[in-house]
Design a protein around this ligand. Structure first.
Ligand code: PMP
Length: 420
């Protein structure tokens, strides 16, 4: 693929950091090398002697002196070398991308940072970006600063509607004057806010359209492992796993499966695009938090693939139970007041109040009066000037009692609002 046409003017102007490139030499230093190149602090002056962390099963993970040294120092921009190796092995195993030889991986501070950089790399002001409507609100926030035009495509319970997308793209190509989209942002599993998991047919149809209209796909997939229907099966194939063209940038995250405070995510995709993202990262953060990367790498080493899969299976069971508790609470208290589709993945229930124009004002009142907080659907709608009948409820943290109490309070609130 020719990637140059996708690169924004801002990205094309970004200059690689010569110093960061030199830093790569530190990964294999010769004992006689005298290093006077970069302004790194002297590790002997760091006020830390030992880092060890106790796992939930009471086992101790202790960093060796070499690891501690790496963890406390600046590191290579692409990521901590042992972690990168592990991520490459995991990606190959879990996604087996058809163009694996032409792919690369970069570690980012959460996948949000990777997304933000990718949009900056790909979009000039006025460029058209294809998004799901509704869409992850933080992505709408990052995009709004870049002044794109949106091609917002409705979703149903299987994901973005391909027939609408094809029709809109065909129209855009005909009316070339107003621009042709070049980027499509998708959350394939447990979408935030709708909880939708795209069916396999949808994924294939959307990939085919991206191929026909030459779109780069940004696959944002922090809920990849959170699927609740096929109990003992792998998640549905990712866009990366079907990428025969080299048009997918995939964003993974350890936030939901390990911990968001570590701020470790990674982006996988065609090397020419990742080389550019690397240039942005050099200037933006130098490297993702090294202590987190070293801990993540040690945790993955300690688990091995079997331990990782066991952890994922436990998580899946926990969040499946949470989902079931939420749906039961909604059935008990909201039947007749709200509509919803049972989410097959993720941590969100997307509730519609068909008899209410806009959930926003009611939820503002409800927070104080009934002590129940949900996010108004408006936050996720591309055209935020429109009222929205939906609201987003997260079921990740509340106990089953709290979920019941919360849905009961919500039901009272809706009844009050409807009788005003
Ligand atoms: N994408 C989506 C769809 C999310 O829901 C989130 C977390 N709210 C992110 C990205 C950000 O993830 P991270 O913590 O890895 O930056």
């Amino acid at each position: 693929m020719n990637y140059s046409k996708f690169i924004s003017a801002v990205s094309a102007r970004r200059k690689p950091s010569g110093i960061s490139d030199l830093q790569l030499l530190l990964t294999t230093p010769s004992p006689s090398m005298v290093w006077l190149a970069s302004g790194i602090p002297n590790p002997k002056q760091f006020p830390f002697k030992k880092v060890s962390i106790t796992l939930q099963d009471d086992r101790l993970l202790t960093l060796t002196p070499d690891m501690l040294c790496s963890a406390l120092q600046y590191g290579p921009t692409p990521g901590y070398t042992p972690l990168l190796k592990q991520l490459k092995a995991m990606t190959k195993l879990h996604h087996s991308p058809p163009k694996w030889e032409e792919c690369d991986i970069l570690v980012t501070a959460g996948c949000q940072q990777g997304l933000s950089i990718a949009f900056e790399m790909l979009l000039n002001p006025g460029d058209i970006v294809v998004v799901e409507d509704p869409c992850y609100s933080d992505v709408l926030c990052m995009l709004s600063a870049m002044s794109p035009q949106y091609l917002a495509i409705q979703v149903d319970e299987q994901g973005m509607k391909p027939d609408l997308l094809r029709a809109e793209l065909t129209k855009a190509v005909k009316e070339e004057a107003s621009g042709i989209p070049k980027v499509m942002y998708l959350v394939p599993n447990g979408s935030n806010p709708t909880g939708t998991t795209m069916s396999l047919e949808r994924r294939q149809a959307l990939y085919d359209i991206a191929s026909d209209f030459d779109l780069i796909i940004l696959e944002d997939d922090p809920y990849y492992y959170f699927h609740y229907e096929q109990e003992h099966q792998d998640p549905l194939p990712s866009f990366l796993s079907m990428d025969t063209d080299g048009r997918v940038l995939r964003f993974d995250s350890f936030s939901k499966i390990v911990s968001p405070g570590l701020r470790v995510g990674y982006v996988t995709g065609p090397s020419p695009l990742l080389e550019r993202i690397n240039v942005h990262l050099q200037a933006n953060i130098i490297c993702a938090p090294m202590l987190s990367q070293v801990l993540m790498s040690e945790l993955l080493r300690d688990w091995g693939e079997d331990g990782f899969q066991k952890h994922i299976a436990n998580l899946r069971q926990f969040y499946r139970d949470q989902r079931n508790n939420m749906v039961q609470a909604a059935q008990t208290h909201l039947t007749g007041l709200c509509e919803w589709t049972v989410p097959k993945g993720g941590i969100f229930l997307w509730l519609k109040v068909p008899n209410l124009q806009d959930t926003g004002p009611m939820l503002m009142k409800g927070a104080i009066k009934r002590e129940i907080i949900l996010v108004p659907g408006k936050e996720f709608i591309v055209d935020c000037s429109k009222p929205c009948q939906y609201m987003r409820a997260a079921f990740s943290c509340a106990t089953s009692d709290q979920l019941m109490k919360g849905m009961e309070s919500l039901a009272k609130l809706i009844r009050e609002e409807l009788t005003v």
